[in-house]
Design a protein around this ligand. Structure first.
Ligand code: ATP
Ligand code: MG
Length: 388
């Protein structure tokens, strides 16, 4: 008898003609997430089985695997060669502290002589003999003993089905560039696109010395936390101070945010294209702040040449975004009180519905192309794999 972990994946994406590509990716991503553990992965029909791991790390392995996109649920279980004698001996050794239970047998191996319903009743009988006060309850019992007699010749017995993240394996879509601030929203936006299979790179605009080293560290930490789900993230840190100072010096202060955001978008699209990324991702949510009215979004989006800008949070309430951010463990870092570049030179009355004509007039006072070139030249590059 061995302790193993059953890993279930989404049946849907494994049915199409790209099945083998998805499957290869998923196995690769699972093994990558477990690279620090000794473990073996084998495939049985419709599942993966993790074996040969150190039992001390079982919970940690389960935790990691349930964060791999494409994995739908996970069960720690025991595995042994299918035989009536062994199954009954094991079921007979189980102990219960609950009041109600049921046995759920799935017989995939038709060589096994007894059908599922009959065998569930038989095994239930063995348990009742041992625990006469227990009651069978078919709907919502306290404990379900799952017995899977599979066609690989093995039986798997477990009582827990742990829900995993679901989604599509990262890498099944082309990559995207996430505009990552230190806030609550952008890490969630990245998580949501990665959940649909999109690998991430991240870009952060940094206004040193107006914003501190710690503000930058915070963003790297956030990227590291998101990378638990996505695998390695390359982070481009763009020096943004000069651009902000030039805007501040030459333009109407009320347009600060609009102008800044147009620079961010232009630089992001360039970096995305240079790195073969096919989309830009932001954490914008309609009407959350002044720069997120549809008029503002239109004016900032206007500088984009051809990449799609994905805004997975656009229709979400802050409460719901915060809930996800807590679930994915970025919230506590996001709320650390370091200033963002957007709070530097913040105007008292930012325009809420900027007119393109006026924005272009303000922008014409700047040497846009050179400012962009200089910022890009001084980018610092990090990778989450190299961050502890
Ligand atoms: P967040 O919580 O993600 O910071 P926010 O609610 O503070 O978002 P804004 O400051 O208007 O909203 O930013 C909107 C989006 O623009 C962010 O979600 C992020 O994608 C991007 N962004 C803002 N500041 C930066 C920055 N310094 N570097 C990179 N991207 C940024
Ligand atoms: Mg912000």
């Amino acid at each position: 008898m061995k302790k193993v972990i059953l890993v279930r994946f989404g049946e849907i994406f494994l049915k199409g003609k790209n099945k083998h590509i998805f499957e290869k990716l998923l196995i690769h991503n699972i093994l990558e997430s477990l690279k620090d553990f000794k473990v073996r992965l084998t495939k049985i029909s419709g599942r993966y089985v993790l074996t040969d791991f150190d039992e001390d790390y079982e919970n940690q392995i389960i935790d990691y695997v349930s964060k791999v996109f494409g994995v739908y649920s996970v069960s720690p279980c025991v595995q042994f060669e299918s035989s009536q004698e062994k199954i009954e001996e094991y079921v007979g050794s189980l102990t219960f502290s609950s009041e109600t239970f049921k046995v759920d047998v799935k017989r995939a191996d038709k060589r096994f002589p007894i059908n599922s319903t009959e065998y569930s009743a038989h095994l239930g009988g063995i348990i009742l003999d041992n625990f006469p006060n227990l009651k069978v309850k078919l709907k919502n019992p306290d404990v379900t003993v799952y017995v899977e007699i599979r066609d690989d010749g093995n039986t798997y017995i477990y009582d827990k089905i742990i829900k995993a993240v679901g989604g599509m394996p990262v890498g099944s879509s082309a990559g995207g560039l996430l505009l990552l601030s230190g806030g609550i929203d952008s890490p969630v936006a990245g998580y949501m696109m990665a959940k649909r299979g999109m690998p991430l790179h991240a870009i952060h605009f940094h206004s040193f010395p107006y914003t501190s080293e710690s503000a930058k560290e915070k963003v790297l930490t956030l990227a590291k936390l998101v990378s638990v789900y996505t695998g390695n993230i390359v982070i481009y840190v763009v020096p943004f101070t000069k651009i902000q100072e030039e805007i501040h010096k030459h333009c109407d202060g009320d347009f600060m945010i609009t102008l800044m955001r147009r620079f961010m978008m232009r630089i992001s699209e360039k970096i995305a294209k240079e790195n073969n990324l096919k989309a830009i991702i932001t954490g914008e949510s309609l009407a959350q702040v002044a720069s997120q009215t549809i008029e503002s979004i239109t004016v900032t989006n206007g500088v984009i040449e051809d990449l799609p800008v994905l805004r997975p949070l656009i229709g979400m309430d802050k409460e719901d975004i915060m809930e996800i951010s807590k679930k994915i463990n970025t919230y506590e870092t996001s709320i650390l009180p370091y200033e963002d570049c957007c709070t530097v030179f913040l105007p008292e009355h930012p325009v809420i519905k900027p007119k393109l004509e006026k924005v272009l007039k303000e922008e014409s006072r700047l040497d846009v192309l050179n400012l962009i070139e200089e910022a890009i030249k001084n980018i610092e590059i990090f990778e989450t794999n190299n961050i502890n």
